[in-house]
Design a protein around this ligand. Structure first.
Ligand SMILES: Cc1cc2nc3c(=O)[nH]c(=O)nc-3n(C[C@H](O)[C@H](O)[C@H](O)COP(=O)(O)OP(=O)(O)OC[C@H]3O[C@@H](n4cnc5c(N)ncnc54)[C@H](O)[C@@H]3O)c2cc1C
Length: 278
């Protein structure tokens, strides 16, 4: 079969999906879909496309058993606009290919991320990397937001003054904060995109990148719905148990005490409460 056209994906091409206060994700292009995964998996047998249910079962089997290369045959290109601190986390995913706006070439726009009131929360006591689920009271949050905005305004005024004085753009920008918005084109194959989504949809990922991952997940659903369902089932909502945890699970299922109870293996106790219905 020739070029893969997926009608649901065609419909969202080029549309901007807003994220955070000023960011967005736009699907610029896609290459392949569920059918491409099926074709490339079956090429070794010389068999063509079968029924939809057989295709779905094949995709599910491949994903579950980590036969990953057919998923690499599907590629998606996004245009993403996000604060620099989100971009810093994003670019750690090395298998993407990207082109970012250049602060050496262009004047950076006065666009900063300002968190919504309900996202302005104290440092978490049990997660060194995160914030509490509960936000500050409105008065405190408003004060913090005003302080953040004042800092952003001042830094942009300094930037503009330095540019006006004739300083090169590449050096005038160096004091701009991490809340400044940047944008890039980003291309990723579906196998690595699922890995990105697994990590960035997780509740331990920072809220500000998680919301981008949520939009990208919906875009994957348009391009490759069967593969995305399998991803959600096996990778995103499925859990792995270590040997020690399997042993504990057998004991718990047999009505014996949980040998890991009280031990600081937090994820196991979390898993058996939320991931597995005992
Ligand atoms: C919640 C969370 C917190 C984090 N906290 C921190 C932190 O505090 N500090 C920090 O520095 N990072 C942090 N990270 C980033 C993290 O360590 C990874 O760099 C990031 O998640 C990208 O994952 P990856 O390397 O698997 O993905 P990718 O770079 O997309 O790579 C995908 C896979 O390809 C392979 N691969 C790609 N490139 C190479 C290579 N050059 N050599 C070998 N194998 C390669 C690996 O198997 C890898 O798993 C955090 C990530 C998350 C999700």
């Amino acid at each position: 079969m020739a070029h893969c056209v997926v009608p649901a994906a065609e419909e969202i091409l080029d549309k901007e999906y807003p994220v955070l206060d000023k960011g967005f994700v736009r699907l610029v292009d896609y290459f392949g879909g569920d059918q491409r995964i099926v074709q490339s998996a079956r090429v070794s047998y010389g068999e063509g496309t079968k029924s939809v249910s057989q295709d779905g079962a094949l995709i599910d089997y491949l994903l579950r058993h980590q036969h990953t290369s057919p998923f690499e045959q599907v590629v998606m290109t996004f245009h993403v606009k996000m604060p620099i601190f989100v971009a810093r986390q994003w670019v750690r995913h090395r298998t993407g290919r990207m082109n970012e706006v250049s602060g050496r070439y262009s004047i950076m726009k006065e666009e900063f991320y300002v968190p919504a009131e309900d996202k302005v929360a104290p440092q978490s006591k049990d997660n060194k990397q995160g914030r509490c689920n509960e936000a500050f009271d409105k008065e405190t949050a408003d004060k913090i937001i005003a302080q953040l905005e004042a800092g952003q305004k001042e830094s942009y005024e300094n930037y503009s003054e330095l540019l006006d004085s004739g300083l090169a753009r590449e050096i005038a920008r160096i004091n701009l904060p991490l809340s400044l918005y940047t944008e890039f084109y980003w291309e990723m194959d579906l196998h690595n995109l699922f890995h990105f989504l697994k990590l960035r949809l997780d509740s331990h990922a920072q809220y500000e990148i998680r919301v981008y991952a949520e939009v990208i997940l919906e875009m994957c659903r348009k391009v490759a719905p069967m593969a995305t369902e399998s991803f959600i089932n096996h990778m995103n909502e499925g859990v792995n148990f270590s040997g020690e945890e399997m042993d504990a699970l057998r004991k718990v299922l047999a009505g014996e005490p949980n040998p890991l109870e009280g031990k600081k293996l937090d994820r196991f106790n979390e898993k058996i409460k939320t991931g597995v219905q005992l």
